[in-house]
Design a protein around this ligand. Structure first.
Ligand code: ADP
Ligand code: BMX
Ligand code: ZN
Length: 289
């Protein structure tokens, strides 16, 4: 049965048809930066309407905590200030198809878990607009009672670090994410996005390189914490920052400095930028959670 899969991120929206693990007719557009829901509604309509007639159901992987089909932002700054959005109700009315929705990193964790047939316990981390996470324990995706499980980007990295949009100071997300990297840029790097800062780092700019290393170091410490909490066999890293050339090797180098007990296999996302789309579709197909 063909699923219309939608991925709502802080920077981009993607939609595609998914059959098994085959993705077709993929479309993408920037996420509107508005605290009013109308802009997101309009962007979603434009994205999904050409695909609706080919699909029998809709599966959504979205940034934010998803509970009872409603999106609640932990860090509203990542979504243009949008704090609440009735995701499932809106898409049911728009598509007239059955709709399920889940957090984007939880969805991606499930797709990546399915690509690791040997493991029972794994964690997925997306380093993207924010830092998201998903955890599979004993073969079961952890969503939590209210959808918060796996929000590893909001664990503490540095009590003296920058404020996070979630209201805490020094979260991993405030330092390591694409937005966090950009927000910490000073001098001639100020105003650049993370992609441009990575380009500068690759060209030899020492301050840009320092921001990238600081992100990777922060992620490596988080991964050691995740190993301590879950004893997982593998950590998979995705998101455009996580998948950027040279980033995972840096994280690996930083993790190797930690004691042996915290070492864990690190991999790039098998499904690259489609992990969220595929995970949501697989969950809708299998009703696994
Ligand atoms: P989303 O958060 O919407 O899922 P992405 O995974 O594409 O989207 O993450 C967006 C973040 O990744 C932005 O901060 C952007 O600047 C950064 N980014 C995009 N491409 C690259 C790249 N090639 N290298 C480093 N950072 C990138
Ligand atoms: C934020 C949070 C998470 C999300 C993560 C990655 C919001 C709106 N989002 O920590 O729910 O999984 O960002 O999201 O509070 P992305 O947009 O970077 O993919
Ligand atoms: Zn936070």
């Amino acid at each position: 049965m063909t699923t219309l899969a939608i991925d709502i991120g802080g920077t981009k929206l993607a939609a595609a048809l998914v059959e098994g693990d085959c993705v077709s007719m993929r479309r993408q557009c920037p996420t509107p930066a508005s605290h009013a829901p109308g802009a997101l509604e309009e962007a979603l309509r434009v994205m999904v309407l050409p695909l609706v007639k080919h699909a029998r159901r809709v599966a959504v992987a979205s940034t934010g905590m998803i509970r009872n089909g409603v999106l609640t932002s932990i860090n509203p700054a990542n979504l243009g200030g949008l704090a609440h959005f009735p995701l499932v109700a809106f898409l049911e009315a728009t598509t007239r198809l059955p709709v399920m929705a889940i957090n984007d990193a939880q969805a991606a964790a499930w797709a990546e878990f399915c690509a690791l047939p040997e493991d029972n316990d794994m964690a997925f981390l997306t380093v993207s607009t924010g830092v998201g996470g998903g955890i599979v324990l004993n073969g079961k995706l952890q969503r939590g009672s209210g959808g918060l499980a796996g929000h590893l980007g909001h664990t503490l990295a540095d009590p003296a670090g920058p404020m996070c949009g979630c209201g805490r100071k020094g979260c991993v997300e405030a330092i390591a994410s694409g937005r966090g990297i950009a927000a910490q840029a000073q001098g001639e790097l100020a105003g650049l996005d993370a992609k441009a800062i990575f380009t500068r780092a690759a060209q030899g700019d020492a301050r840009a390189r320092q921001l990238v290393v600081h992100s990777a170091q922060t992620l490596a410490r988080l991964i050691a914490n995740v190993k301590a909490v879950t004893d997982c066999q593998t950590v998979v890293v995705g998101g455009s920052v996580g998948l950027a050339e040279g980033y995972l090797p840096l994280v690996k180098a930083c993790l190797s400095q930690e004691p042996e007990v915290y070492q864990v296999a690190l991999r790039s996302a098998h499904y690259r930028h489609d992990a969220g789309l595929l995970g949501a579709a697989l969950l809708a197909q299998g009703d696994a959670v």
